[in-house]
Design a protein around this ligand. Structure first.
Ligand SMILES: Nc1nc2c(ncn2[C@@H]2O[C@H](COP(=O)(O)OP(=O)(O)O)[C@@H](O)[C@H]2O)c(=O)[nH]1
Ligand SMILES: [Mg+2]
Length: 226
């Protein structure tokens, strides 16, 4: 393994879309049938190997409700990436993604990576009667808004959950490598010596000549006296 790298990721989206279940599936490979409303922000972590590099994802799971928005906002600033989740069987949660995107863009760093996830896809896999948002609508939204990527997942069955986090993590890692390369690029050396420096040498030379002249004159005076 090359080294450990840490990325901070925040999960946002409407309440009930399955944010906490996605985190549980990814970090502990389990599922919770209950909807235990997240209070403020909850934390989970897991490491992923990308090539030869171990990457630790520190994941902050937020509450979707209005009453917790100010707490959530305080976590955006330090996030490297944001996982924006909607429920593919509930259209209003997809429509609210515009609101969430504004929240993210207003409160996060300008280079934050945003990854879109359509969850609860197990409910549409046996026919499309529960589906309220098509695959293409999700893809288009991600493309139009310049998001890092998009996947349909199911926290219940586990479908695509690991793939979505790995894809997200790979994008974060590639961006980190680009930034790192920018820092190590050798910049052309700038000569910061003052342009006037040669004058100084000349000045020293003049002083030495004058000084020698004075000593010479004095010696002549002394010599003439005798
Ligand atoms: N069928 C199905 N139900 C899910 C899925 N993910 C979450 N749920 C259920 O949706 C409800 C809300 O999940 P939760 O993770 O607490 O939502 P959160 O408010 O976004 O954190 C719970 O009853 C979960 O069991 C999923 O992928 N498929
Ligand atoms: Mg929750």
């Amino acid at each position: 393994m090359d080294q450990d790298i840490l990325f901070r990721v925040i999960i946002v989206g409407d309440t009930g879309v399955g944010k906490s279940c996605l985190l549980l599936r990814f970090s502990e490979n389990s599922f919770n049938e209950q909807h235990n409303v997240t209070i403020g922000v909850e934390f989970g972590s897991k490491s992923i190997d990308i090539g030869n590099t171990a990457i630790k994802l520190q994941i902050w799971d937020t509450a979707g409700q209005e009453s917790f928005r100010s707490i959530t906002r305080s976590f955006y600033r330090r996030a490297d990436g944001v996982l924006l989740v909607y429920d593919a069987t509930a259209r209003h949660t997809f429509e609210n993604c515009k609101f969430w995107l504004d929240e993210i863009r207003q409160n996060s760093a300008s280079d934050v990576v945003i990854y879109l996830v359509a969850n609860q896809i197990d409910l549409v896999s046996n026919g499309n009667e529960n589906r309220e948002v098509t695959l293409d609508e999700g893809k288009d939204f991600a493309k139009k808004n310049n998001l890092g990527g998009f996947k349909e997942t199911s926290a219940r069955s586990g479908i695509n959950v690991h793939e979505a986090f790995t894809d997200f993590c790979t994008i974060l890692f590639n961006r980190w490598k680009e930034h790192k390369d920018v820092q190590v690029v050798e910049r052309p050396k700038i000569d910061l010596r003052p342009v006037a420096k040669p004058k100084k040498k000349f000045r020293c030379y003049v002083i030495v000549v004058i000084f020698s002249q004075i000593i010479y004159d004095r010696s002549l005076d002394l010599f003439c006296c005798y």
